[in-house]
Design a protein around this ligand. Structure first.
Ligand code: FE
Ligand code: FE
Ligand code: ZN
Length: 285
């Protein structure tokens, strides 16, 4: 298991890696570009070199980039739908150059057209994206809370998207603990069963990354509000089960909790402490 957190790339990709390592990280996540804007900073050869050196020096596990929030591959509006595809193609290429393993993507919102419409629209958009791209970076569909008209808040919806995408390229899944809980899954009381269900519907081999966040809102609330570990309604015990679960040991685990870098340092230490030392090891032990 590789424990890390969401980092800013304001000072560059290499600095983000060094920063994550300094606070105990073995991996990280960052936005591929400004999460609300659409203009991307050009990645230069020197950025690629410095980033790759930093990753090697700090022996990082798989890194997760996150696509901007504004992308909506389920949008009924063609301009929005096509913009999302264009940005994904660009970011797959940009992240591929860096050697970033994954891009987590919110599948999209159907804005009133219905879940089935949304699923088909996303799958058709993703098919086009993958057709255009020769990047090795893998897109991970993120499990969503189901707020508003979000698609992808059940394992069945995610599976349907994956099945409808026409491409030989791999698609994976990023499991967000807060979102899955808010969607109504018993991750707090019966993680084994939830993972069994995931395995039966999607297949655990598709699970490539975890977002580890507590939730400010109740189970099934469909609200996406992250809380600090142990300060939300999911409880510390839930996260103990996540970090110690035998089926999750090869994955990068990324915190997206409030409070900035000092908080991340504290929560990375907390997660490491939660691990049952005798049986399981993190990379740093
Ligand atoms: Fe996300
Ligand atoms: Fe997330
Ligand atoms: Zn969230």
């Amino acid at each position: 298991m590789y424990i890390g957190c969401h980092m800013s790339i304001g000072k560059g990709f290499a600095k983000a890696c060094e920063g994550a390592f300094k606070i105990g990280g073995e991996t990280m996540q960052f936005f591929t570009r400004n999460p609300r804007g659409s203009k991307a900073k050009e990645i230069k050869e020197i950025d690629v070199k410095q980033y790759k050196e930093a990753i090697a020096r700090n022996t990082f596990g798989p890194v997760v980039a996150h696509a901007p929030y504004i992308l909506n591959l389920a949008s009924p509006k063609d301009e929005m739908w096509e913009l999302a595809q264009r940005i994904m193609i660009e970011d797959l290429e940009r992240m591929g150059r860096l050697g970033v393993q994954y891009i987590a993507l919110h599948p999209g919102s159907h804005v009133g057209k219905g879940v089935e419409y949304g699923i088909k629209r996303i799958a058709s958009g993703l098919s086009k994206v993958l057709q255009e791209s020769s990047s090795d970076t893998i897109i991970l569909l993120e499990t969503m809370a189901g707020s508003g008209t979000e698609v992808g808040s059940t394992f069945e919806e995610i599976k349907e998207i994956i099945d409808l995408v026409e491409s030989d390229k791999e698609l994976g899944v990023c499991f967000d603990t807060c979102h899955t809980f808010a969607s109504g899954y018993d991750v707090d009381s019966d993680l084994d069963r939830v993972l069994k269900e995931f395995d039966e519907i999607i297949g655990l081999q598709k699970l490539k990354a975890l977002h580890v966040n507590d939730s400010k809102n109740e189970k099934g609330s469909k609200k996406d509000r992250h809380a600090n570990l142990g300060e939300g309604v999911m409880g510390v015990e839930t996260f103990k089960k996540f970090v110690n679960h035998p089926k999750l040991q090869n994955l990068p685990l990324v915190l997206e909790t409030p409070g900035g870098i000092d908080n991340y340092q504290r929560e990375i230490a907390l997660l490491r402490e939660m691990r049952e030392k005798k049986t399981l090891k993190t990379k740093r032990e």
